[in-house]
Design a protein around this ligand. Structure first.
Ligand code: GDP
Ligand code: IMO
Ligand code: MG
Length: 429
């Protein structure tokens, strides 16, 4: 069986958690392949709401195995909190939540350096979630990191102290920054005991054996392609490969094993943190989108920047990911817009283009908009694509035509049930 992939095509928060949760029951395994507690994936069903940061979004489907892959960075403190939420909700995750030995650990001092480095950057800050993501991936590529498999080693504490000492040395490069290291360390070591109780696996063998035995795997991305370390709006990005290629590195799966690539986009666009955002609306329309969409971060609570959908940006990420089908989420947020604009092209350096410029962070990129008539009605209770108002159908068809990828699902609300299957999908079911 091939591995299907779900990932975000914008700057994160596209509704990945909801779609993974919905589709998960058709699979045997959901596996997170990158990112860490910077992610916040919201799931709503049966009147309940959960926000997951490290735990894959298949955890609420009873029979499913959930794998935290080697490409993920784990903060045991966040993981413990997530597990406590599962306990409180009486979710049985026994033997269903597995962790790759090769996943890297976020130490308290990684968070310390993240925060000190961001504070020192002042106005130029990335707008990091301050979860220690950048410093942890730095230690991974710098070959200094600690991995989940290390926690059972007899000399783990010594390795920890060595890395901590390095971090404290680094911290001296930054202006003084308040951080209660002792308290955070205490929490960290206590949370590590919770992590140790989860089954540790050699994820690459586990998943490849699963593929061989015909199991269906869904790879769950975090962040969005525009935050990819290589292809995003660098340096305003996260520190991992958020694109499909990241599935191979982050789970140990060969490119030839990738099946469907399901790209998720909101019906408009948001970004949280600093960096370029060509179709951003710094006016009352943007504010209206934020209020209608409840656009406040699931991890940090920060207001998200809002704007219209951006066709060149989506064409770029569809290309990078090899997207085979699209999901449009939050279309209901446009219910009360008389007119909906679409960024169809860019103008920069005096010319029109549909490509993202290398220097997108420093030059002015002006979108060329076209306005379309809104539907001005509620989509509540609509479960059939043909029953959507004509303008909503036209909007979906327009996106399909511009992006040249079939839209297989349209999401009309945060709940699991609020999803229109537009056409038969070529997924594992
Ligand atoms: P993720 O990080 O990609 O999983 O997305 P987030 O959970 O950070 O943000 C998406 C937000 O939109 C969450 O609050 C979801 O509950 C909500 N959501 C997802 N799909 C829809 C939808 O179709 N309509 C509405 N109104 N909300 C949605
Ligand atoms: P999900 O999975 C939206 C953004 C941060 C910041 C930049 C770098 O919920 O879509 P980092 O903490 O990684 O060093 O931050 O990336 N960012 C996200 N934005 N959704 C996310 O995850 C994000 N994870 C990181 O706001 O701009
Ligand atoms: Mg999110």
């Amino acid at each position: 069986m091939a591995v299907d992939v779900i990932l975000g095509l914008q700057w994160g928060d596209e509704g990945k958690g909801k779609i993974v949760d919905y589709l998960a029951e058709k699979y045997d395994i959901v596996a997170r392949f990158q990112g860490g507690p910077n992610a916040g994936h919201t799931l709503k069903f049966d009147g309940k709401k959960f926000v997951l940061h490290t735990v894959p979004s298949g955890i609420f489907r009873e029979r499913l195995i959930n794998v935290i892959g080697n490409g993920v960075v784990i903060d045991p403190i966040t993981l413990e909190k997530e597990i406590k939420n599962l306990d409180d909700a009486e979710v049985n995750y026994d033997g269903r939540l597995l962790v790759s030995r090769k996943a890297h650990l976020i130490l308290p001092t990684h968070r310390f350096i993240d925060a000190a480095s961001e504070a020192a950057k002042g106005k130029e800050k990335i707008g990091s979630t301050l979860k220690g993501i950048g410093p942890t991936y730095m230690d991974k590529t710098g070959r200094n990191g600690l991995r989940v498999g290390d926690v059972v080693a007899h000399d783990f504490k010594a390795k920890y102290e060595k890395l901590k000492a390095k971090h404290l040395g680094l911290a001296r490069l930054y202006p003084d920054f308040e951080f209660d290291l002792e308290a955070e360390e205490q929490k960290w070591f206590s949370s590590l005991e919770v992590l140790k109780k989860l089954p540790m696996i050699d994820g690459e063998y586990y998943l490849n054996d699963a593929i061989k035995s015909g199991k269906k795997i869904l790879a769950e991305g975090a962040q969005g392609s525009m935050l990819d370390i290589d292809f995003g709006t660098y340096p305003f990005v996260t520190s991992s490969n958020t694109v499909t290629a990241g599935v191979c590195n982050g789970l140990g799966i060969a490119p030839s094993k990738i099946g469907e690539v399901i790209g998720i986009t909101k019906a408009y666009c948001t970004r949280v943190g600093s960096g370029p955002f060509p179709t951003e609306l710094n006016d009352e329309t943007g504010e209206f989108l934020r209020q209608q969409g409840g656009e406040f971060g699931a991890t940090t609570g920060r207001p998200r920047r809002c704007g219209w959908i951006d066709i060149p940006q989506l064409k770029y990420t569809i290309m990078l990911n090899g997207v085979t089908q699209l999901v449009v989420t939050k279309i209901d947020i446009l219910n009360e817009f008389e007119s909906i604009s679409v960024g169809e092209n860019y103008i920069y350096n005096g010319e029109e283009s549909d490509q993202l410029p290398y220097d997108i962070c420093t030059i002015e990129v002006t979108p060329v908009y076209k306005a379309y008539k809104g539907w001005m009605s509620s989509l509540d209770g609509v479960t059939d694509f043909d029953a959507l108002p004509n303008e909503a159908k036209d909007y979906v068809h327009l996106l399909e035509q511009k992006l040249q990828v079939p839209i297989t699902m349209v999401s009309t609300g945060p709940e699991r049930s609020k999803l229109i299957l537009k056409e038969k999908t070529a997924l594992a079911y």
